[in-house]
Design a protein around this ligand. Structure first.
Ligand SMILES: Nc1ncnc2c1ncn2[C@@H]1O[C@H](COP(=O)(O)OP(=O)(O)O)[C@@H](O)[C@H]1O
Ligand SMILES: [Mg+2]
Length: 289
């Protein structure tokens, strides 16, 4: 690693210029440029673990118009909200807390899926201050929760920009493919731009190796050593194995903890949640409320 890269990465991790002072919920964006790397699986299971095992009042926000969060938690809540996330983002003075749904899991709340989000993405492009619409719309919600998890769409468009501009920290899932590895660099460049040009002190909660399959040794080792060599200590200590319980839980509309609490996937997401919460708390001298 070059000294300048090391400095850049340290700054992203929040190891320099410690300046988060705002109170209210910790906000975590789960973002990656590529689809299928495990963003939704990570957001859903981390939010559930935070609510269930850490008793944090947690809100999971679905920023991807494909409705994958709703499907992943289908049996846990009813999705029939007349007001959409698009209405909130485009309507002046509206707040995300207007569309919060309780789930059957204690302490876990979600926003409904919104098929109109892809169109909203285009409309946002013409708005002044477009990067901060979500942050403004989360003001009240922030006071009502301890943790807000933002599940981002698979691109670096306006909705992901809004998520990163609202978040205290960003978690970047990377599956064991060369494409995902190069996507990490693109995302980190956006994070840096947000820090420097928009003056928003977002930190990197970590790069999360996902779908790690030790049987597929060559590619897995190449991607893992690529991550370690380039990003060193920013790679999460926990990695997520390929585990069929994760995919099957999603199909059945429950979290992996409700599907098979003892599965490798459940154990990994439990460890990851503890790791990320610890990290976010250490970035912020006054975590939660
Ligand atoms: N670790 C894993 N092991 C097995 N299947 C997984 C794992 N992570 C995700 N999946 C499955 O892969 C698909 C894509 O994952 P998803 O979380 O929806 O990705 P993204 O939100 O990044 O597009 C889903 O069907 C999901 O169930
Ligand atoms: Mg997704």
């Amino acid at each position: 690693m070059t000294p300048s890269l090391t400095r850049r990465l340290k700054r992203m991790a929040g190891l320099e210029n410690h300046d988060r002072t705002s109170s209210g919920a910790m906000i975590l964006a789960v973002a990656a440029q590529k689809g299928g790397v495990g963003k939704t699986t990570t957001a859903v299971n981390m939010a559930t673990a935070a609510a269930r095992y850490h008793e944090l009042r947690t809100l999971l926000v679905d920023l991807d118009g494909q409705g994958h969060v709703a499907r992943a938690l289908a049996s846990q809540y009813e999705n029939g909200e007349p007001v959409s996330l698009s209405d909130i983002l485009l309507g002046h003075g509206r707040d995300l807390s207007e569309i919060v749904h309780a789930t059957r899991i204690e302490n876990l709340y979600v926003t409904p899926s919104d098929k109109g989000l892809a169109a909203t993405e285009g409309i946002l492009a013409g708005r002044i201050g477009k990067e901060f619409l979500l942050r403004t719309a989360m003001r009240k919600a922030r006071d009502r929760f301890d943790l807000i998890v933002l599940d981002c769409p698979p691109n670096l468009g306006n909705l992901t920009l809004n998520a990163l501009s609202a978040a205290d920290a960003c978690l970047v899932p990377c599956d064991m493919s060369v494409l995902a590895l190069s996507g990490v660099a693109d995302l980190l460049t956006v994070v840096e731009t947000i820090q420097e040009r928009l003056g928003h002190g977002i930190r990197l909660a970590g790069i999360l190796p996902t779908r790690v399959d030790r049987r597929n040794r060559k590619v897995t080792e190449a991607v893992m050593s690529g991550l370690e060599d380039t990003y060193g200590g920013l790679v999460c200590a926990t990695s997520i194995p390929v585990n069929s319980s994760l995919a099957r839980a999603q199909m059945e509309g429950v979290s992996v903890f409700d599907f098979d609490e003892k599965s490798k996937g459940a154990l990994a997401y439990r460890d990851l949640t503890a790791e990320v919460i610890d990290k976010m708390r250490s970035m912020n001298p006054e975590p939660g409320r």
